[in-house]
Design a protein around this ligand. Structure first.
Ligand SMILES: Nc1nc2c(ncn2[C@@H]2O[C@H](COP(=O)(O)OP(=O)(O)OP(=O)(O)O)[C@@H](O)[C@H]2O)c(=O)[nH]1
Ligand SMILES: [Mg+2]
Length: 217
C-alpha cells in the first residue's frame, strides 16, 4: 500500500514538472528563442563548454547556471558579458521546470536568441525533469572512467548529443574514449557523439554545428 502511494506522488510531481516544462518551451518559442540544456557529470566541462560557445559563436546567448549552493558558474559566465542568472537548487541534485521558469523571467528575453541552461552536475536525477529545452547535450569526461556511459544508461538514452570530453587525459587515466563512444551509440543509435578536448580546442566546431543544425530543424 505504501509503495502505491509513493508512486502516485512521484507521478504527480513528474506530471506537474512536464506541464511547466511545456510552458517554458512555449514562452521561449513565442520570443523566438532556441534552448539547449547541458547535463553531465560533476566537473566534466559543462561550464567550460558554455564559455567556449559564447566566445566562438555570434548567437545572442543568455544563460541559466544551476549550482547547488554557490553562484560560481554564474560568476564565470558573467565575465563573458552575456546575461546570466544563477539558480541554486539547495539540497536538490537537479534543476526543475519551476525553477527554470523563474530564471527565464529574470532574463532580458528580447536580447536573446539562444538560451543555455547548465544543470547541476549529476548523471541520474536530471533524467526525469524536462526543463523546456529543444536540445539536450550530456557532457562526460574520460577522467570519470570509461565505464561511465554504460553505468548511467538512461541519461544517454534521453539526450540528443553526448560530448566525451578531456580526451587529452585519456592515456594518463587509462581510459578508452572510443569505448565510451561505442557504449553511447549502443544505448541510443540516434545520439550524436562527439569527442572533445576543450583544453586543446578539439571537438568544439562539431558541437556548435550540432546546435546550428538543431536550430534550423
Ligand atoms: N584537461 C582538460 N581539462 C578540462 C577540459 N575541459 C574542462 N577542463 C577542466 O575541468 C575542470 C572542470 O571544468 P568545468 O567546466 O568547471 O566543469 P563543470 O562540468 O561545469 O563542473 P560542475 O559545474 O562543478 O559540475 C576545470 O578545471 C576545467 O578547466 C579538457 O578538455 N581537458
Ligand atoms: Mg559548471
Amino acid at each position: 500500500m505504501h509503495q502505491v502511494a509513493d508512486v502516485e506522488v512521484a507521478k504527480n510531481i513528474m506530471d506537474a514538472n512536464k506541464k511547466l516544462a511545456d510552458k517554458n518551451k512555449k514562452n521561449l518559442e513565442d520570443k523566438g528563442i532556441f534552448c539547449v540544456d547541458f547535463v553531465g557529470a560533476i566537473g566534466s566541462g559543462k561550464t567550460t563548454l558554455i564559455e567556449e560557445i559564447i566566445d566562438n559563436t555570434d548567437y545572442k546567448i543568455g544563460v541559466l547556471a544551476g549550482d547547488v549552493i554557490s553562484k560560481f558558474d554564474a560568476g564565470r559566465i558573467e565575465k563573458h558579458n552575456v546575461p546570466v542568472v544563477g539558480l541554486n537548487t539547495g539540497k536538490e541534485c537537479h534543476l526543475d521546470a519551476h525553477l527554470v521558469g523563474h530564471g527565464i523571467e529574470d532574463l532580458p528575453l528580447d536580447d536573446i536568441d539562444v538560451l543555455i541552461i547548465e544543470n547541476v552536475g549529476n548523471l541520474i536525477c536530471p533524467v526525469d525533469f524536462e526543463l523546456g529545452s529543444h536540445l539536450r547535450i550530456v557532457v562526460v569526461s574520460v577522467t570519470e572512467g570509461d565505464d561511465t556511459v554504460e553505468k548511467h544508461p538512461i541519461i544517454f538514452k534521453t539526450s540528443d548529443v553526448v560530448v566525451i570530453n578531456k580526451v587529452d587525459l585519456a592515456d594518463a587515466v587509462g581510459a578508452d574514449a572510443d569505448k565510451m563512444v561505442d557504449d553511447a551509440k549502443e544505448l541510443n543509435p540516434d545520439i550524436k557523439v562527439i569527442k572533445s578536448s576543450l583544453k586543446e580546442g578539439t571537438g568544439l566546431d562539431e558541437i556548435i554545428d550540432c546546435i546550428d543544425t538543431a536550430m534550423k530543424n
